[in-house]
Design a protein around this ligand. Structure first.
Ligand code: 9ZP
Length: 621
């Protein structure tokens, strides 16, 4: 016999598995429960005709019995349905049935910033800048529309699959007139009450700015600035902006928090001023965050002293490129080695300059865990960046609008690999290979959003593909610096005759070199091979990063692909006339095969997959 338990009054009706929006005729399939808010439950939702996924907010009509409550949902719908901004959760429709009102909202698969903070405890300053930049952009938009959010908190910032942050839940939001104040009652319990709200003087745009201060504080310290109990004491602390200041925050972070948490709303910065604050302008903000940073501390943190060096180098770099360079500025670089002694050993270098102990890279393979920005940039951005560089400039018919394979090596490499794969038999094992020394990049640093992409080769030489598309390399074996202003042209200098106009670029090269020598571990066990040193014309032409691999293409038509997830690598070198493919496996064992042998014999699935992915990357050039 089935026992039927009578439903409590006010308890929620189950939500149907399929829902039809009578206005559009769309049919949705309800997915799993995402969570429950004060208003009701939220589910994953799939549009059956398009397979697009949404987040569904279900507000039970039982809860809306009061006119007031009904008005609130209506207002949320009216406000939210008018909005469209990349940093505000998208509103995709609403409908109702006998039991519920349904809001179809943008689905954010990485949950909210509250979830991130719970997993991470605290966030780093670059991450906080990244998230705040998005939140401020969304908030600027809301404020421009005359909307005060009134309930900004970490759990209302949702994160999409590609790590974009979206301001959501406009349940307590209100639209104000030109005066900018609203004295209307505030139902619900906003999280971060501003002093003027506690004192019942009304909520203004600047009350949202106060909440930003609380959010920034919480993200950096792991706890809110004003604790919940006892309540009267908390209110007093809020009115006095009296909160503990943790010593570990940077002075810039502390100063911005203090500005945001000014007791007098008029003293708080505007959103524009927030972005102009030293906290943003003097610190590194990633263009993108890797998804793993949702649960694991990021690996891109720049050790502070190095960051300072780079800041200094930026100023010098800009000074030179804007032709306002002081004539002798290299000695002013605080810890750069003197020009006549540029190549100190890592140990010597470690003795000077940076005062903190070297960060132990915990990467299983040592390298390829750069502590400098590790930006998983979408391919199209990299492509543009790469095209913006010198590789196509003035040499090839391709333009930014018509990419195609650049004819500078990528074309040759692409054809070779394509042929090899096309004609390879379906063998399942690699042919017997040989252990052969090859030249490869053992370390790399992507700081291309500011300076360039730096690398160290197995012969100990280093190079930087600079942001402006030029290339500079330090070749100790040849005792020279080579500078390549455009692809195919190279000038070499000894330390004595470096022209003033190149001093800043040399300084940047030195910084990269020192950084790689001191902070990065070798990416494999292949012995260094000074005998394989490339000639002075050698340079990095392109780098391309996808979410799975890094591809490097050099001027002598050699190529390297590093696969992040298992640290395996593919190298394509030339042994005389013969293209040689080297595979570095998870055990860091390098095995080389002439490409022709692979083509005739076939290869293992592991190698085949990597070749296919490499081709896929090459085709995106
Ligand atoms: N939560 C665990 C506690 C069970 C989740 O796993 C989870 C997963 C989500 O996506 C995979 C998710 C939320 C929680 N995503 C999401 N939630 C939203 C949302 C978009 N995406 N919103 C869009 N506008 N408002 C928000 C809001 C309501 C739909 N939410 C969440 C708030 C509480 C639960 C859902």
């Amino acid at each position: 016999m089935e026992l039927r338990v009578p439903r409590r009054r006010g308890a929620q009706e189950p939500v149907a598995s399929f829902l039809r929006d009578p206005n559009t005729g769309r049919i949705y399939r309800r997915g799993r429960l995402l969570g429950t808010g004060a208003f009701g439950r939220c589910y994953k939702l799939t549009d059956m005709s398009t397979n697009r996924v949404f987040a569904l907010k279900v507000v039970p009509r039982g809860r809306l019995s009061g006119l007031d409550q009904w008005g609130k949902v209506e207002r949320e719908i009216e406000l939210h349905s008018q909005l469209r901004h990349r940093n505000v959760v998208g509103f995709h429709g609403h409908f109702a049935d006998r039991d519920n009102v349904y809001l179809v909202l943008e689905y954010c698969s990485r949950k909210s910033l509250a979830h991130v903070l719970k997993a991470r405890k605290t966030l780093t300053e670059p991450e906080v800048r990244y998230y705040l930049r998005g939140i401020v952009a969304g908030l600027q938009y809301l404020h421009q529309q005359g909307i005060i959010h009134r309930d900004l908190k970490l759990s209302n910032f949702f994160i999409t699959k590609n790590m974009e942050v979206k301001v959501g839940d406009l349940g307590l939001a209100t639209k104000v007139g030109p005066g900018g104040h609203c004295h209307g009652g505030l139902c619900g319990t906003p999280n971060y009450l501003a002093p003027e709200v506690v004192s019942r003087k009304g909520h203004s745009f600047r009350s949202d700015i106060w909440a930003l201060g609380c959010i920034m504080y919480t993200a950096l310290t792991g706890f809110p600035p004003f604790k919940a109990s006892p309540l009267p004491e908390m209110y007093r602390n809020i009115r006095d902006a009296h909160y503990p200041v943790p010593a570990h925050l940077s002075p810039n972070a502390r100063r911005l928090i203090a500005r945001l948490l000014a007791p007098n709303p008029a003293d708080r910065p505007s959103l524009d001023q927030v972005l102009e604050d030293d906290f943003f302008t003097q610190g590194f903000t990633p263009d993108q965050l890797p998804p793993r940073s949702c649960h694991t501390a990021p690996i891109f943190t720049i050790p502070q002293p190095l960051d300072k060096l780079f800041q200094k180098a930026t100023q010098l770099f800009l000074a030179v490129t804007q032709r306002r360079a002081p004539r002798s500025f290299v000695p002013k670089m605080p810890t750069a080695p003197a020009p006549e002694d540029p190549l100190k050993t890592p140990r010597e270098a470690a003795k000077e300059g940076l005062s903190h102990p070297p960060h132990k890279a915990e990467a299983p393979e040592g390298q390829t865990r750069p502590q400098v920005p590790y930006l998983e940039t979408p391919i199209h951005l990299l492509l543009r960046r790469s095209l913006r560089g010198r590789s196509l400039r003035g040499h090839l018919p391709g333009t930014e609008e018509s990419p195609g394979i650049p004819g500078d090596g990528a074309e040759v490499v692409t054809r070779l690999l394509q042929n090899c794969l096309d004609f390879m038999p379906a063998g399942e094992q690699d042919p017997p290979g040989r252990q052969q020394p090859v030249l490869w990049a053992t370390k790399w640093v992507d700081y291309s959003n500011k300076y360039g992409f730096g690398y160290e080769l197995s012969d100990g030489s280093t190079g930087v593909l600079l942001r402006d598309g030029t290339h500079i390399a330090l070749q100790p074996a040849l005792g020279c610096i080579s500078y390549s202003p455009v692809q195919g042209e190279v000038v070499t200098f000894t330390w004595r005759d470096i022209p003033d106009s190149l001093a800043t670029k040399v300084a940047v090269l030195q910084l990269f070199t020192r950084y790689m020598q001191r902070w990065l571990l070798e990416g494999g066990k292949l012995p260094a091979q000074p005998s394989l040193s490339p000639g002075p014309g050698f340079s990095l032409l392109h780098f391309l990063k996808s979410d799975q691999a890094l591809l490097l293409l050099f001027s002598n038509q050699t190529m390297q692909v590093n696969f992040y997830h298992d640290h395996t690598k593919l190298l394509l070198n030339w042994a005389g006339e013969e293209p040689l493919l080297t595979y570095i496996d998870q055990e860091r064992q390098a095995t080389s095969h002439p490409l022709g042998v692979l083509q005739r014999h076939g290869c293992s699935e592991a190698l085949r997959q990597r070749l296919r992915y490499t081709l896929h990357l090459l085709w995106t050039f």
